[in-house]
Design a protein around this ligand. Structure first.
Ligand SMILES: NC(=O)c1ccc[n+]([C@@H]2O[C@H](COP(=O)([O-])OP(=O)(O)OC[C@H]3O[C@@H](n4cnc5c(N)ncnc54)[C@H](O)[C@@H]3O)[C@@H](O)[C@H]2O)c1
Length: 313
Protein backbone atom coordinates (compact mmCIF):
# COMPACT_ATOMS: atom_id res chain seq x y z
CA UNK A 1 0.00 0.00 0.00
CA UNK A 2 1.36 3.46 -0.91
CA UNK A 3 1.65 5.95 1.93
CA UNK A 4 0.30 9.40 1.16
CA UNK A 5 2.94 12.01 1.99
CA UNK A 6 2.33 14.85 4.43
CA UNK A 7 1.04 18.18 3.12
CA UNK A 8 1.60 21.49 4.97
CA UNK A 9 -1.00 24.27 4.71
CA UNK A 10 0.28 27.74 5.65
CA UNK A 11 -2.54 30.21 6.35
CA UNK A 12 -5.84 28.77 7.64
CA UNK A 13 -8.15 31.29 5.96
CA UNK A 14 -10.75 30.59 3.28
CA UNK A 15 -8.37 28.98 0.78
CA UNK A 16 -6.06 27.27 3.28
CA UNK A 17 -9.00 25.46 4.90
CA UNK A 18 -10.31 24.45 1.48
CA UNK A 19 -6.91 22.98 0.50
CA UNK A 20 -6.86 21.05 3.78
CA UNK A 21 -10.12 19.38 2.71
CA UNK A 22 -8.71 18.53 -0.74
CA UNK A 23 -5.65 16.74 0.63
CA UNK A 24 -7.23 15.13 3.72
CA UNK A 25 -10.09 13.81 1.54
CA UNK A 26 -7.43 12.16 -0.65
CA UNK A 27 -5.86 10.43 2.37
CA UNK A 28 -2.91 12.76 3.05
CA UNK A 29 -1.92 13.75 6.57
CA UNK A 30 -2.32 17.55 6.62
CA UNK A 31 -0.64 20.02 9.00
CA UNK A 32 -2.10 23.54 9.09
CA UNK A 33 -0.60 26.64 10.63
CA UNK A 34 -1.55 30.31 10.91
CA UNK A 35 -0.08 33.33 12.70
CA UNK A 36 -3.56 34.08 14.02
CA UNK A 37 -4.21 31.59 16.86
CA UNK A 38 -7.98 32.27 16.66
CA UNK A 39 -8.07 31.44 12.93
CA UNK A 40 -6.26 28.18 13.67
CA UNK A 41 -8.58 27.37 16.58
CA UNK A 42 -11.69 27.86 14.39
CA UNK A 43 -10.33 25.87 11.44
CA UNK A 44 -11.49 22.38 12.53
CA UNK A 45 -15.07 23.48 13.21
CA UNK A 46 -15.35 25.34 9.87
CA UNK A 47 -13.83 22.43 7.94
CA UNK A 48 -16.13 19.96 9.75
CA UNK A 49 -19.22 21.86 8.54
CA UNK A 50 -18.02 21.74 4.90
CA UNK A 51 -17.22 18.02 5.18
CA UNK A 52 -20.77 17.31 6.38
CA UNK A 53 -22.14 19.03 3.22
CA UNK A 54 -19.75 17.06 1.00
CA UNK A 55 -20.84 13.82 2.60
CA UNK A 56 -24.53 14.67 2.02
CA UNK A 57 -23.87 15.01 -1.73
CA UNK A 58 -21.79 11.84 -1.87
CA UNK A 59 -18.60 13.81 -2.61
CA UNK A 60 -16.51 12.18 0.13
CA UNK A 61 -16.28 8.43 0.60
CA UNK A 62 -15.61 8.44 4.35
CA UNK A 63 -17.33 9.83 7.45
CA UNK A 64 -16.43 13.53 7.97
CA UNK A 65 -14.74 12.70 11.30
CA UNK A 66 -12.32 10.32 9.55
CA UNK A 67 -11.25 13.02 7.08
CA UNK A 68 -11.04 15.65 9.84
CA UNK A 69 -8.81 13.37 11.92
CA UNK A 70 -6.07 13.66 9.25
CA UNK A 71 -5.86 17.46 9.73
CA UNK A 72 -3.69 18.69 12.59
CA UNK A 73 -3.10 22.28 13.64
CA UNK A 74 0.47 23.32 14.43
CA UNK A 75 1.50 26.48 16.31
CA UNK A 76 4.81 26.89 14.45
CA UNK A 77 5.82 26.97 10.81
CA UNK A 78 8.71 24.58 11.55
CA UNK A 79 6.39 21.91 12.98
CA UNK A 80 3.91 22.29 10.10
CA UNK A 81 6.48 21.87 7.30
CA UNK A 82 8.64 19.14 8.92
CA UNK A 83 8.70 16.06 6.63
CA UNK A 84 6.20 17.62 4.19
CA UNK A 85 6.23 16.77 0.47
CA UNK A 86 4.33 19.96 -0.43
CA UNK A 87 3.77 23.29 1.29
CA UNK A 88 0.66 25.09 0.07
CA UNK A 89 1.00 28.78 1.00
CA UNK A 90 -2.22 30.79 1.51
CA UNK A 91 -1.33 34.04 3.27
CA UNK A 92 -2.48 37.55 2.30
CA UNK A 93 -2.26 38.61 -1.35
CA UNK A 94 0.53 41.20 -1.04
CA UNK A 95 4.06 41.01 -2.42
CA UNK A 96 5.55 41.78 1.02
CA UNK A 97 3.58 38.95 2.67
CA UNK A 98 4.61 36.47 -0.04
CA UNK A 99 8.29 37.53 0.18
CA UNK A 100 8.33 37.17 3.97
CA UNK A 101 6.63 33.77 4.10
CA UNK A 102 8.73 32.21 1.30
CA UNK A 103 11.95 33.51 2.95
CA UNK A 104 10.80 31.82 6.19
CA UNK A 105 9.70 28.59 4.50
CA UNK A 106 12.77 27.91 2.36
CA UNK A 107 15.25 27.10 5.19
CA UNK A 108 12.62 25.10 7.14
CA UNK A 109 11.13 22.84 4.46
CA UNK A 110 12.85 19.54 3.50
CA UNK A 111 15.00 19.86 0.33
CA UNK A 112 12.62 17.95 -1.98
CA UNK A 113 9.50 19.62 -0.60
CA UNK A 114 7.58 21.65 -3.22
CA UNK A 115 6.79 25.25 -2.14
CA UNK A 116 3.58 26.31 -3.88
CA UNK A 117 1.75 29.63 -3.56
CA UNK A 118 -2.04 29.94 -3.96
CA UNK A 119 -1.57 33.53 -5.17
CA UNK A 120 -4.20 34.70 -7.65
CA UNK A 121 -2.04 37.28 -9.40
CA UNK A 122 1.63 37.49 -8.27
CA UNK A 123 4.16 35.40 -10.27
CA UNK A 124 6.61 33.34 -8.18
CA UNK A 125 9.68 35.09 -9.67
CA UNK A 126 8.75 38.19 -7.64
CA UNK A 127 9.28 36.48 -4.27
CA UNK A 128 11.50 33.42 -4.85
CA UNK A 129 14.52 34.73 -6.78
CA UNK A 130 16.83 35.07 -3.75
CA UNK A 131 15.93 31.70 -2.17
CA UNK A 132 18.57 28.95 -1.96
CA UNK A 133 15.84 26.42 -2.80
CA UNK A 134 14.10 28.51 -5.47
CA UNK A 135 14.07 25.55 -7.88
CA UNK A 136 11.20 23.92 -5.91
CA UNK A 137 9.05 27.09 -5.76
CA UNK A 138 6.07 27.82 -8.04
CA UNK A 139 2.51 29.08 -8.14
CA UNK A 140 -0.36 26.60 -7.74
CA UNK A 141 -3.43 28.80 -8.10
CA UNK A 142 -6.71 27.14 -7.06
CA UNK A 143 -10.27 28.11 -7.90
CA UNK A 144 -12.47 28.84 -4.89
CA UNK A 145 -13.33 26.40 -3.35
CA UNK A 146 -10.80 23.83 -4.63
CA UNK A 147 -12.64 20.89 -3.04
CA UNK A 148 -15.49 21.62 -5.46
CA UNK A 149 -13.74 23.21 -8.45
CA UNK A 150 -10.77 21.03 -9.40
CA UNK A 151 -8.76 23.39 -11.65
CA UNK A 152 -5.29 24.26 -10.32
CA UNK A 153 -2.98 26.44 -12.42
CA UNK A 154 0.70 25.55 -12.09
CA UNK A 155 2.92 28.45 -13.08
CA UNK A 156 6.69 27.98 -12.78
CA UNK A 157 9.22 30.79 -12.30
CA UNK A 158 12.04 30.82 -14.89
CA UNK A 159 14.17 28.83 -12.41
CA UNK A 160 11.59 26.26 -11.33
CA UNK A 161 13.01 22.76 -11.69
CA UNK A 162 10.90 20.65 -14.14
CA UNK A 163 11.21 17.73 -11.72
CA UNK A 164 9.62 19.79 -8.89
CA UNK A 165 6.86 20.82 -11.31
CA UNK A 166 6.25 17.17 -12.20
CA UNK A 167 6.13 16.18 -8.49
CA UNK A 168 3.62 18.96 -7.81
CA UNK A 169 1.49 17.94 -10.78
CA UNK A 170 1.37 14.34 -9.57
CA UNK A 171 0.38 15.39 -6.02
CA UNK A 172 -2.50 17.61 -7.22
CA UNK A 173 -3.72 15.06 -9.77
CA UNK A 174 -3.54 12.35 -7.09
CA UNK A 175 -5.79 14.53 -4.89
CA UNK A 176 -8.48 14.68 -7.64
CA UNK A 177 -7.49 18.17 -8.86
CA UNK A 178 -7.15 19.02 -12.56
CA UNK A 179 -3.75 20.69 -12.98
CA UNK A 180 -2.93 22.82 -16.03
CA UNK A 181 0.64 24.04 -16.58
CA UNK A 182 1.65 27.45 -18.01
CA UNK A 183 4.78 27.56 -20.17
CA UNK A 184 5.88 30.87 -18.60
CA UNK A 185 4.75 33.58 -16.17
CA UNK A 186 1.99 36.00 -17.11
CA UNK A 187 -0.04 38.45 -14.98
CA UNK A 188 -3.29 36.76 -13.86
CA UNK A 189 -2.21 33.31 -15.13
CA UNK A 190 -4.98 31.74 -17.30
CA UNK A 191 -8.20 31.72 -15.29
CA UNK A 192 -8.14 35.35 -14.18
CA UNK A 193 -7.28 36.46 -17.72
CA UNK A 194 -10.25 34.56 -19.19
CA UNK A 195 -12.52 35.72 -16.36
CA UNK A 196 -11.17 39.27 -16.78
CA UNK A 197 -11.97 39.25 -20.52
CA UNK A 198 -15.57 38.20 -19.77
CA UNK A 199 -15.92 40.68 -16.87
CA UNK A 200 -14.47 43.58 -18.86
CA UNK A 201 -16.90 42.92 -21.72
CA UNK A 202 -19.89 42.53 -19.35
CA UNK A 203 -19.08 45.83 -17.62
CA UNK A 204 -18.51 47.50 -21.00
CA UNK A 205 -21.93 46.36 -22.28
CA UNK A 206 -23.47 47.59 -19.02
CA UNK A 207 -21.84 51.06 -19.22
CA UNK A 208 -23.06 51.37 -22.81
CA UNK A 209 -26.58 50.96 -21.42
CA UNK A 210 -27.30 47.83 -23.47
CA UNK A 211 -28.90 45.76 -20.68
CA UNK A 212 -29.29 45.49 -16.90
CA UNK A 213 -26.72 43.63 -14.81
CA UNK A 214 -29.42 41.00 -14.20
CA UNK A 215 -29.90 40.36 -17.93
CA UNK A 216 -26.15 40.31 -18.61
CA UNK A 217 -25.78 37.70 -15.82
CA UNK A 218 -28.50 35.67 -17.59
CA UNK A 219 -26.45 35.60 -20.82
CA UNK A 220 -24.01 33.41 -18.89
CA UNK A 221 -26.16 31.40 -16.50
CA UNK A 222 -29.03 30.69 -18.92
CA UNK A 223 -26.81 30.65 -22.01
CA UNK A 224 -23.07 30.28 -22.47
CA UNK A 225 -22.20 28.80 -19.08
CA UNK A 226 -24.55 25.82 -19.43
CA UNK A 227 -22.26 24.38 -22.10
CA UNK A 228 -19.15 25.74 -20.42
CA UNK A 229 -19.76 23.61 -17.32
CA UNK A 230 -18.67 20.56 -19.29
CA UNK A 231 -16.84 21.83 -22.40
CA UNK A 232 -14.43 24.70 -23.11
CA UNK A 233 -14.80 27.46 -25.73
CA UNK A 234 -12.65 25.65 -28.33
CA UNK A 235 -14.66 22.45 -27.89
CA UNK A 236 -17.86 24.52 -28.04
CA UNK A 237 -17.19 26.26 -31.37
CA UNK A 238 -15.97 22.96 -32.84
CA UNK A 239 -19.65 21.92 -32.65
CA UNK A 240 -21.14 25.31 -33.64
CA UNK A 241 -20.39 24.87 -37.37
CA UNK A 242 -21.10 21.63 -39.26
CA UNK A 243 -17.45 20.93 -40.15
CA UNK A 244 -15.73 22.03 -36.95
CA UNK A 245 -13.53 24.87 -35.78
CA UNK A 246 -12.08 25.86 -39.19
CA UNK A 247 -15.61 26.04 -40.60
CA UNK A 248 -16.63 28.20 -37.60
CA UNK A 249 -13.66 30.52 -38.21
CA UNK A 250 -14.55 30.84 -41.92
CA UNK A 251 -18.14 31.78 -41.05
CA UNK A 252 -17.68 33.96 -37.95
CA UNK A 253 -13.95 34.81 -37.66
CA UNK A 254 -14.27 38.22 -39.33
CA UNK A 255 -17.22 39.18 -37.09
CA UNK A 256 -15.21 38.24 -34.01
CA UNK A 257 -12.20 40.24 -35.24
CA UNK A 258 -14.49 43.25 -35.72
CA UNK A 259 -15.79 42.78 -32.15
CA UNK A 260 -12.29 42.73 -30.71
CA UNK A 261 -11.36 45.90 -32.67
CA UNK A 262 -14.52 47.74 -31.59
CA UNK A 263 -14.20 46.77 -27.89
CA UNK A 264 -15.01 49.71 -25.61
CA UNK A 265 -12.59 49.40 -22.67
CA UNK A 266 -14.06 49.58 -19.18
CA UNK A 267 -11.92 51.48 -16.67
CA UNK A 268 -13.56 50.13 -13.45
CA UNK A 269 -14.76 53.67 -12.69
CA UNK A 270 -16.42 54.45 -9.32
CA UNK A 271 -19.74 55.59 -10.79
CA UNK A 272 -20.36 52.32 -12.68
CA UNK A 273 -19.32 50.21 -9.71
CA UNK A 274 -21.72 52.24 -7.52
CA UNK A 275 -24.63 51.53 -9.94
CA UNK A 276 -23.88 47.79 -10.14
CA UNK A 277 -23.47 47.64 -6.36
CA UNK A 278 -26.89 49.29 -5.93
CA UNK A 279 -28.49 46.82 -8.38
CA UNK A 280 -26.90 43.85 -6.65
CA UNK A 281 -27.71 45.00 -3.08
CA UNK A 282 -31.35 45.54 -4.10
CA UNK A 283 -31.39 41.91 -5.29
CA UNK A 284 -29.24 40.55 -2.42
CA UNK A 285 -28.88 42.60 0.80
CA UNK A 286 -25.37 42.59 2.27
CA UNK A 287 -26.48 40.62 5.34
CA UNK A 288 -27.48 37.72 3.06
CA UNK A 289 -24.13 37.45 1.23
CA UNK A 290 -22.75 34.71 3.50
CA UNK A 291 -25.92 32.60 3.26
CA UNK A 292 -25.88 33.04 -0.52
CA UNK A 293 -22.24 31.80 -0.66
CA UNK A 294 -23.31 28.67 1.25
CA UNK A 295 -26.21 28.27 -1.26
CA UNK A 296 -23.69 28.61 -4.15
CA UNK A 297 -21.51 25.87 -2.66
CA UNK A 298 -24.49 23.52 -2.29
CA UNK A 299 -25.53 24.23 -5.91
CA UNK A 300 -21.95 23.46 -6.96
CA UNK A 301 -22.05 20.19 -5.00
CA UNK A 302 -25.29 19.20 -6.73
CA UNK A 303 -23.73 20.06 -10.11
CA UNK A 304 -20.61 18.02 -9.33
CA UNK A 305 -22.70 15.04 -8.22
CA UNK A 306 -24.62 15.35 -11.52
CA UNK A 307 -21.39 15.65 -13.57
CA UNK A 308 -20.03 12.51 -11.88
CA UNK A 309 -23.21 10.57 -12.76
CA UNK A 310 -23.45 12.11 -16.26
CA UNK A 311 -19.86 11.05 -17.03
CA UNK A 312 -21.33 7.58 -17.67
CA UNK A 313 -23.53 8.92 -20.54
N1 LIG B 1 -10.39 33.86 -1.82
C1 LIG B 1 -10.33 33.38 -3.07
O1 LIG B 1 -11.35 33.26 -3.78
C2 LIG B 1 -9.01 32.91 -3.63
C3 LIG B 1 -8.99 32.10 -4.78
C4 LIG B 1 -7.76 31.64 -5.27
C5 LIG B 1 -6.58 32.02 -4.64
N2 LIG B 1 -6.63 32.84 -3.53
C6 LIG B 1 -5.36 33.23 -2.88
O2 LIG B 1 -5.21 32.50 -1.67
C7 LIG B 1 -4.43 33.29 -0.75
C8 LIG B 1 -5.21 33.36 0.57
O3 LIG B 1 -6.47 33.98 0.35
P1 LIG B 1 -7.70 33.80 1.38
O4 LIG B 1 -8.90 34.28 0.64
O5 LIG B 1 -7.66 32.45 1.97
O6 LIG B 1 -7.31 34.89 2.52
P2 LIG B 1 -7.74 34.92 4.06
O7 LIG B 1 -7.59 36.33 4.49
O8 LIG B 1 -9.07 34.23 4.25
O9 LIG B 1 -6.64 34.01 4.81
C9 LIG B 1 -5.31 34.36 4.97
C10 LIG B 1 -4.80 33.69 6.26
O10 LIG B 1 -3.37 33.76 6.29
C11 LIG B 1 -2.99 33.99 7.63
N3 LIG B 1 -1.60 34.50 7.62
C12 LIG B 1 -1.19 35.73 7.29
N4 LIG B 1 0.17 35.80 7.38
C13 LIG B 1 0.60 34.57 7.79
C14 LIG B 1 1.87 34.00 8.07
N5 LIG B 1 2.98 34.71 7.94
N6 LIG B 1 1.93 32.70 8.45
C15 LIG B 1 0.79 31.97 8.58
N7 LIG B 1 -0.44 32.46 8.34
C16 LIG B 1 -0.54 33.75 7.94
C17 LIG B 1 -4.03 34.95 8.17
O11 LIG B 1 -4.06 34.98 9.59
C18 LIG B 1 -5.31 34.38 7.54
O12 LIG B 1 -5.92 33.41 8.40
C19 LIG B 1 -4.19 34.65 -1.42
O13 LIG B 1 -2.92 34.66 -2.02
C20 LIG B 1 -5.29 34.69 -2.48
O14 LIG B 1 -4.96 35.50 -3.59
C21 LIG B 1 -7.82 33.27 -3.00
Amino acid sequence: MTVNPKIAIVGAGLIGRAWAIVFARAGHPVAMTDIDADALARAHELIGARLADLREFGLIDEAPAQVLARITCERTLAAAVADAALVQENVRETLDAKRAIFAALDPLAPPRCVLASSTSWIPASQYTEALAGRGRAMVAHPTNPPYLIPLVELCPAPWTDPDALARARALYAGARQEPVTLSREIHGFLLNRVQGAVLNECFSLYTQGLASAEDIDKVLKEGLALRWSFMGPFETIDLNAPRGVADYAARYGASNTALARAHVPFEWDDETIRRIEAERRAALPADRLEARAAWRDRRLMALLAHKRDAARL
